[in-house]
Ligand binder design. Structure first.
Ligand SMILES: NC(=O)c1ccc[n+]([C@@H]2O[C@H](COP(=O)([O-])OP(=O)(O)OC[C@H]3O[C@@H](n4cnc5c(N)ncnc54)[C@H](OP(=O)(O)O)[C@@H]3O)[C@@H](O)[C@H]2O)c1
Length: 340
């Protein structure tokens, strides 16, 4: 038997925002005959993440080669099993996998992780209980090493990773400055997520003015968890304290148009010298084998309602390429997802 599989094929690297020429929509018949240990799955939630734009860079990144053209856009997916030829899996089971921007797939059972729908909404397997949660937890605790009373500054603070870093830092007893775009996000960060201070970076036109405000609010920065780079980072790094830890998680301000030709900002590395600070890049995949460790700590917080995990869900498979652009316009709070 065959079913119709809807796919978004990555076909051309964008320079700036994604347009209709960069992805091609296809409908392909999928043979549903299952080999040993195979599953037929149907995607229910498909992830949209900034790393997809990094993978479209012409230069080597954390992968030696860019995302290949002519294949389905790779992506994390929450899916349901439609048919199983694998022990332990039944139709209806929920799984997390990496089947990309397509509605169906036949996969070996080793390519999926089971999701417990009793623990939390299944879509959180792409957010707080998935890759963004792992990034926030290990990036903060392993590289940031926050201590009670220290000042933690988080850029991109209202997004999937940043909103969790803010809350995890509060759990460590830190005082948190959350930096995000717009008054409404800042209000949410302070009132719902417990940030001690908030700053709307869009209200500042140069790094010096933003730096002065950071200095006035915090008196100096012990940990900087950086999701955005650019002007915000220029402002924060000048305010680091002795032995500060700078965690480079992302540089989203550079992804559209600047991956292959970075913008140059004010030089700040002399502050790292003066303050004997540490800069460390972190990557979610390095902590994949420690996923259960993160889930054992963060899962109960989620179940007890101690973590706000907002999700911004766009409806319809056809939304996918455009949804990637939404990461850069910043209209969402928390994790951006597409429901199939
Ligand atoms: N190292 C890793 O393993 C890893 C894993 C996951 C994510 N990341 C990185 O972490 C960062 C956040 O990822 P996410 O999935 O949580 O995305 P997200 O924060 O949910 O979405 C991106 C946000 O970035 C902000 N932004 C976009 N363009 C910007 C600009 N020019 N200047 C400042 N802010 C800008 C927008 O918020 P505003 O409205 O506040 O501008 C937007 O909502 C990204 O840089 C991503 O690459 C790294």
């Amino acid at each position: 038997m065959t079913i119709l599989n809807r796919q978004w094929i990555y076909q051309q690297a964008p320079v700036d925002l994604v347009g209709p020429e960069h992805y091609r929509y296809e409908e392909q018949p999928l043979d549903t005959a299952l080999g040993r240990d195979e599953l037929l799955i149907a995607a229910r939630y498909i992830s949209v993440d900034p790393y997809m734009r990094i993978g479209q860079s012409g230069k080597p990144t954390y992968d030696p080669h860019p995302h290949p053209v002519g294949i389905v856009q790779q992506a994390g997916v929450v899916a349901q099993v439609l048919a199983s030829n694998a022990a332990g899996f039944q139709p209806g089971d929920w799984v997390r996998t990496y089947s990309g921007w397509q509605t169906h797939a036949v996969l070996h059972a080793s390519a999926v992780n089971r999701i417990d729908p009793q623990l939390a909404p299944v879509s959180t397997a792409l957010g707080v209980l998935g890759m963004p949660g792992r990034t926030a937890w290990f990036g903060l605790t392993e590289a940031g090493k926050p201590r009670a009373g220290e000042v933690v500054v988080v850029s991109g603070a209202a997004g999937a990773v940043g909103s969790l870093v803010v809350q995890f830092a509060k759990k460590h007893g830190a005082r948190v400055l959350a930096i995000a775009g717009g008054a409404e996000k800042c209000r949410w960060l302070q009132e719902q997520l417990g940030a001690d201070w908030v700053l709307d970076y869009r209200a500042y036109h140069d790094h010096a003015a933003l730096a002065a405000q950071i200095r006035q609010l915090t008196g100096g920065v012990d940990v900087y968890f950086d999701n955005v780079g650019g002007m915000v980072t220029d402002a924060v790094v000048g305010e680091i304290k002795r032995r500060a830890r700078i965690v480079i998680c992302g540089q989203i301000s550079q992804y559209n148009g600047h991956l292959d030709a970075p913008t140059l900002g004010p030089r700040f590395l002399h502050h790292v010298l003066y303050q004997r600070a540490t800069i460390q890049g972190i990557l979610a995949r390095d902590y994949l084998h420690r996923m259960d460790e993160m889930l054992a700590i963060v899962g109960p917080w989620v179940q007890r309602g101690e973590i706000v995990f907002e999700q911004h869900v766009l409806h319809g498979f056809e939304q996918l390429p455009q949804a990637l652009n939404a990461l850069f316009t910043g209209e969402h709070r928390g994790k951006l997802l597409v429901e199939v």
